[in-house]
Design a protein. Sequence first.
Length: 348
Amino acid sequence: MNEITLLREAGPDGPALTTATRQAARAALMAEIEGRPTVRRRRRPSRRVALRVGAGLVAVAAAWAGAVAVTSPDPATPPSSVTLVGFDMPTFPLSLDPQPPGLRPAFDGSGDGATIADYHDAEYREGFTVYVTEDEPERAEPAEGERVGDVREREVAGRDAELVRGSRPWCTGPDTDLDCTPRGYTELIWERREGQWVRIEGHGSYDDPAQVTAVAESLIDRPQPATLAVGLAPAGWSVQGFKMGRVLTLANDAYEQQTLTVHIPRPDEVIPAGEVRESVPGPVGPQLDVAVNGRPAQLVLCESGYLDQRTWYLQAQFPDGTTFVLQAPDTFTQEQVLAVAAQVTHTP
């Protein structure tokens, strides 16, 4: 969806947003939101990197998070076909031993690997997030409504660490009626080894210095694969980004406007099987009732809203019945779309 199409379909005078457009907007937003910055006050000189805050609030402007990214036109000619090959996903470098009871990780990252592992329960009330960077994180000023306590010195596996306790607004409820209350957190930052900085932020029962320190001391060097992954992809494509175990985007290295996106919609965003064609923007072909993983799936060819390119929209299910959506450019054949979908895995 380009900017003009977006204004026409999602602007104040546009028609009501379709379920598919809301799905794609949410996927684009999730793919853009970054971790909150952390403030550093170190006594010795060090390299620093700022952790960006939610640039993704403008990502709804890229609502059709499908096969063609919203970027300025590239004079290069997009390829007219793809060749599928086996594909290995990037990994998160660390694991926990022992694993925290009742919590499973979801990862954020790029083609260089995952940098965030999020361990929380389904309600996001209980758990913690682990951030890994090469450089020492730099903290921005507290956000509106956030309270930050004093920095306290601690030790993690014999290395100096800094611990901060604070709170920030935490909002729950429907998008149109959010209920925001203060939510406490405990944050621990240290250089685990040369060139590897780790930040842990705990919530719920993990909003506790002892609990967060125990998590820190349980980290081991054992890579973990992404929770949402593809095992088959076009040759010459690589991971552009993945978010929270629910959104994954691959891009053509030679023509970055071409992307393949897999995302897991919320249960209330799943389109009824008989209504997929009428629910997606710009359908140009019939709804094809197909099968993926031995389960019914629905495939529709759509206008992308970008130049003259088209995109496949596939709604399918994992073996456990969880719905996922795959969007790919029409340089994929119908058979290739289904082949990639059959190699999409999800480990919640």
